[in-house]
Write a protein that binds this ligand. Structure first.
Ligand code: FHN
Length: 402
């Protein structure tokens, strides 16, 4: 991608008395300032992986391309339980290497890594004691505990480990008997929070189902905080809101109104392929530059950016995903200072073309101007501020500054 279209300035200015009110704009809520969430606010960039039995058909069933999310193929192609269960005996990802996955994420500039431990198909990527027919150890020839191997690799590479768990929707476990399912999923969460090292956050899903309600969500939140008082979770009542739990999700295809981002903590989640989280063999891929612009926009709104990748059934990352991750790594290596440990919603500065602004969290006098599209006709950009700028520098030293 063309790095020239995204140039950078670092502005340093003297704080005037007029500046003091600026810094009270964000972080009104206590969850936004707590020590518990500091890793999340500093990290700004993470990655989530959707990978499981659905990665085998990869969006094709009985020769037909099945529309919508690849991880929904059981539902979308009306696959019977018996046929879907047969996928487990074929799940042998000989190329899976946890260390390689996490090294790739770290090289891409990701500060945290989230694995889908159990999606809506109910299949568990860890050796759960709560079922003996529907987990990696009992039902596949592979037998290795993926959740454990990734936990070790994250520790090794200094990456915060996070877990996705479909709490509200499980096609395998008979959720018609909710009290029994509840016992099952509570026990599973206990396993995940006690046997896999430090977990940064839990991402709950499936809250739109009829069995789910506010009481269930509150109980769940208290339960997991009881197991680990330091853990963060997304909002288990409603994903696209930050009104409860620790953060809301600006999930691709389900974006809340932009005005909502002004309060609470947020994570923006974007897909490397269109319309799928799990790998699909035929779905087109996005452009790195567009995803990087999305990340910049998120940072300018004080939001984290989490990139979703769907590995292939053999355990390898598709080459197109690797290329995107490489571009993120290359870009963040030069410009990461303007993303990590920054905050957004910067005011009192106006610029005469398309850009986003972030501010250094530990030094309010440093602001970053992200030029999303360099003006082709204009040779210079005009920045107007209500305070004097003492110095201007480009993070990318290859850009000539006059
Ligand atoms: O149905 C899921 C989807 O497959 C994916 O896991 C995303 C991630 O948040 N959540 C649901 C859709 O909101």
């Amino acid at each position: 991608f063309n790095t020239n279209s995204m140039k950078y300035f670092k502005l340093t200015f003297v704080i005037l008395f007029t500046a003091s009110h600026l810094f009270q704009l964000s972080y009104a809520q206590s969850s936004q300032t707590s020590k518990r969430s500091s890793w999340f606010r500093d990290a700004r960039v993470g990655m989530i992986v959707h990978w499981g039995l659905y990665s085998i058909p990869a969006g094709v069933w009985k020769g037909k391309q099945i529309p919508w999310y690849g991880e929904w193929i059981k539902d979308r192609a009306s696959i019977s339980d018996t046929d879907y269960a047969k996928l487990a005996s074929r799940f042998y990802p000989e190329k899976f290497n946890a260390d390689e996955w996490i090294r790739t994420a770290a090289d891409a500039g990701m500060k945290y890594f989230c694995i889908v431990t159990k999606h809506h198909d109910g299949f568990c990527l860890w050796n759960t004691k709560e079922n003996n027919d529907w987990n990696i150890k009992s039902a596949t020839p592979f037998k290795r505990d993926i959740v454990k191997e990734l936990s070790d690799a994250c520790q090794q590479h200094g990456i915060v480990y996070a877990l996705y768990y479909s709490s509200g929707l499980d096609w395998h476990y008979p959720s018609s008997n909710w009290p029994s399912y509840k016992k099952y999923y509570y026990n599973q969460l206990k396993e995940l929070l006690t046997n896999y090292g430090k977990i940064g956050y839990l991402w709950f899903d499936g809250e739109w189902t009829t069995q789910w309600n506010a009481k269930e969500a509150e109980e769940l939140y208290n339960y997991v905080r009881g197991l680990d008082p330091e853990i963060m979770t997304n909002n288990p009542k409603k994903k696209g809101s930050s009104a409860f739990g620790d953060f809301g999700l600006d999930e691709e295809n389900y974006s809340p109104p932009a005005s909502d981002f002004k309060t609470g903590l947020w994570e923006r989640d974007r897909l490397v392929q269109y319309n799928t989280w799990g790998y699909k063999s035929w779905e087109p891929w996005k452009k790195s530059a567009d995803l990087i612009r999305d990340m910049i926009d998120a940072a300018s709104l004080s939001m984290n950016f989490c990139l979703n990748v769907g590995p292939k059934a053999d355990g390898s990352f598709p080459p197109q995903a690797l290329a995107i991750l490489k571009d993120f790594g290359r870009w963040l290596k030069v410009n990461g200072e303007a993303i990590y440990k920054t905050k957004g919603f910067v005011k009192n500065i106006s610029i005469n073309f398309d850009c986003r602004i972030t501010q250094n969290t530990s030094n309010d006098s440093v602001w970053y101007v992200h030029v999303l599209k360099w003006p082709e006709t204009k040779k210079s950009i005009k920045i107007t501020t209500s305070f004097p700028i003492t110095s201007v520098a480009a993070l990318d030293q290859s850009i000539l500054m006059k």
